[in-house]
Design a protein around this ligand. Structure first.
Ligand code: SF4
Ligand code: MG
Length: 331
């Protein structure tokens, strides 16, 4: 399988009033063409910042990439010329955000926004571009697409707006989509429909998908592999089924044991006591130790590397940043 995106030891710092925060502290992950990687973590874990750095849309300053590589189809996006990178970002990579309303242009009809992509990037005539736009709206199952193309973003429901975002993202048939909490703002039933649509289009267009979420429930059916992030680092990576069946990190187990709350957008009540640390004051040793039920003396002083989980590893391999991954695996 071809490696589509490979992030290697990516580091991002933020300058804040209280000092320099390392929001991303050496993250590595990869996704193959035609596959889905879920990046899972609580808010503030660095998952969105990592994605923004990958896409080249990090707010800088205050954010700054201080190290690492982002290989897209084998070429490092971080060292290529700005113009070259813009071209890749415009056509080969696309991003879907949580909040479609702020990502779409409020004063342009959605039909015009979609058509503009074909005019600018494909050199289509206005008429052809408009027809393509309607086809695309139809493809993401917006009822009465021909009529609705003349409506503005605020005239659509949250779920329909997210479909329009998806349409924008796939318009130029990118190789990679990064979706940052694409369904978090939606009701649970609409969430499932939008996620199904995204999964279906990913298959149809054979795209790679990086799906960023705080909700394990969302990714179970659509992801091939999962990378779990905590305090700006990856703490576990595994094929989805292996991770559900037998987590190799206490934090992942805590997430799995969390209780879904159906009343409130499917959010979970974390079974893990305490809160994630501030990136300005990461605990020494394992950053998870103050919250970890398995913590030992060594955890307070020695930061665990990303161990290869040599048992229970399929072809894709597994990793865990826990000194006691073996015990956790057999717990
Ligand atoms: Fe818990 Fe120690 Fe493993 Fe960190 S290294 S997750 S503190 S057991
Ligand atoms: Mg986020």
């Amino acid at each position: 399988m071809t490696r589509l995106l490979e992030v290697r030891d990516l580091r991002v710092q933020f300058r804040t009033r209280d000092g320099i925060a390392e929001a991303v502290g050496g993250v590595s992950y990869g996704v193959d063409a035609g596959r889905t990687l879920a990046v899972l973590g609580e808010s503030g874990s660095g998952k969105s910042v990592t994605a923004q750095a990958v896409m080249g849309i990090l707010d800088s300053p205050p954010g700054r990439i201080t190290g690492g590589e982002v290989l897209f189809q084998g070429r490092d996006l971080l060292t290529m010329r700005a113009e070259q990178r813009r071209r890749i970002r415009g056509a080969a990579m696309a991003m879907i955000f949580q909040d479609a309303l702020s990502a779409l242009n409020p004063v342009l009809t959605v039909g015009a926004q979609l058509a503009e992509m074909y005019e600018v990037h494909r050199g289509m005539s206005r008429g052809d571009a408009r027809r393509r736009a309607v086809e695309l709206m139809d493809r993401v199952r917006i009822p009465a697409a021909g009529q609705r193309a003349g409506d503005y973003p605020h005239q659509f429901s949250g779920g329909m707006r997210q479909r329009i975002m998806i349409a924008m993202a796939i318009a130029l048939e990118p190789d990679l989509i990064i979706a940052d909490e694409p369904t978090t703002a939606l009701d649970v039933t609409v969430q499932a429909q939008v996620m199904d649509l995204l999964a279906e289009l990913r298959r149809e267009y054979a795209m790679g998908l990086v799906l960023i979420t705080h909700d394990l429930g969302v990714v179970a059916d659509v992801a091939d592999t999962i990378a779990v992030m905590y305090a700006g680092r990856i703490v576990e990576t595994a094929p989805v089924r292996d991770l559900y069946r037998r987590p190799a990190h206490p934090y992942t187990r805590g997430l799995l044991d969390s209780v879904p709350r159906v009343d409130h957008r499917g959010e979970r009540l974390y079974a893990i006591k305490g809160a994630p640390p501030s990136p300005l004051a990461l605990p020494p040793g394992c950053p998870f130790h103050p919250r970890c039920p398995r913590a030992q003396e060594v955890c307070r002083v020695e930061r665990p590397p990303l161990y290869e989980v040599t048992e229970d590893a399929g072809a894709d391999g597994r990793t865990s940043a826990c000194h006691f991954w073996k015990e956790e695996l057999h717990a």
